[in-house]
Design a protein around this ligand. Structure first.
Ligand SMILES: Cc1cc2nc3c(=O)[nH]c(=O)nc-3n(C[C@H](O)[C@H](O)[C@H](O)COP(=O)(O)OP(=O)(O)OC[C@H]3O[C@@H](n4cnc5c(N)ncnc54)[C@H](O)[C@@H]3O)c2cc1C
Length: 290
């Protein structure tokens, strides 16, 4: 079986940038993910804060990323990784479509919505978003619903409420905050499904129906520890140092999966660092083997 120098899991900005940097450094790269990049890229409405691509649509940004990778001869292997096992000198990567080997691995799998609400994925990028800070500018004089899973989200709600006319805040945690003004907090409300019709987003819950221009779901869920046994976590994220190294030698992580802020440029920047760190690790490994 071919053993790649670096396997990259994920084809969002973090994974694509990691693959490009690894390729620039003449490494053999296995890039696993989705040929269309990431839904979080391609389904975004308008992106205003990516350097060099002002006011780009998510679709155009995904195309720019993919064209860049393709132009450098990087192929995407469309497959889903089930598990990554450290075998000492290399990693065994178990996928839906087959098994692979690589000397080092970069996990760039993003934050997964573990159990999306009915209608959530269909309306992602239309009535549904995962980033209130990113989309706040689009909510001037409009209304929004926030389904929040962490007290940290209250800051995001306040930021959105500076622009929006009204924000309905539905905490899914023990709320002890003091949000007020144009933020209406409803505790103990369990969302069940989402619909988006004629510009109106509707959230059905066990306490009735909420309607607004858009719904933000600020989930913190991810289970990368299931993907890589033995991986040290930092809350819901993979614990990394400044070189994007995890506790497992030769395994690096980058992008949303390492924690907030959830931003394209941060993800891409970390992808670059992770790849350079993997290259250094491979050099050390080679020295140790000789
Ligand atoms: C609607 C929307 C609008 C946004 N707007 C902005 C904005 O304006 N500005 C901004 O900076 N940020 C914005 N964001 C945030 C931004 O999308 C994320 O920060 C960014 O996409 C994170 O990149 P990533 O590469 O870490 O992860 P992702 O983009 O989530 O990519 C993860 C990749 O990993 C793959 N993957 C996951 N699990 C596996 C597996 N087991 N095997 C193989 N592949 C796997 C996925 O298919 C995907 O390709 C927005 C997000 C959304 C949803």
């Amino acid at each position: 079986m071919e053993r790649y120098d670096i396997a990259v899991i994920g084809t969002g900005p973090a994974g694509l940038e990691a693959a490009i940097t690894a390729k620039v450094r003449n490494k053999s790269v296995l890039l696993l993910g989705n040929k269309g990049s990431s839904d979080k890229v391609s389904k975004a409405h308008t992106i205003q804060n990516y350097l060099g691509l002002p006011n780009v649509s998510g679709e155009d940004m995904a195309k720019a990323f993919l064209d860049h990778a393709k132009g450098m001869g990087i192929e995407i292997t469309e497959d889903k990784v089930n598990a990554v096992y450290s075998m000492g000198q290399y990693f065994a990567i178990q996928c839906h479509g087959g098994d692979y080997e690589a000397s080092s691995v970069i996990v760039a799998a993003g934050m997964s919505a573990m159990k999306p609400f009915a209608g959530e994925m269909e309306n992602l990028g239309r009535g549904v978003s995962y980033c209130a800070t990113c989309d706040a500018a689009l909510y001037k004089g409009r209304t929004a619903i926030i389904v929040a899973y962490d007290a940290e989200d209250e800051e995001e709600a306040e930021f959105l409420a500076e622009r929006a006319e009204k924000v309905y805040y539905l905490p899914q945690y023990d709320y002890a905050g003091n949000l007020g003004g144009n933020i209406e907090v409803s505790v103990d409300v369990k969302p069940s499904s989402i619909a988006y019709n004629d510009g109106v987003a509707t959230l059905e819950t066990d306490k009735g129906t909420f309607k607004a221009d858009g719904i933000f779901i600020l989930r913190q869920q991810i289970a990368p520890s299931q993907l890589v046994p033995g991986l040290q976590m930092d809350g819901n994220h993979i614990g990394v140092d400044r070189s994007m190294a995890t506790n497992i030698k030769g395994l690096f992580a980058c992008g949303d999966i390492t924690g907030a802020p959830y931003q394209y440029i941060k993800a891409a920047g970390e992808g670059n660092v992770a790849a350079l760190s993997a290259v250094s690790y491979l050099a050390e490994l080679k020295k140790a083997q000789n």
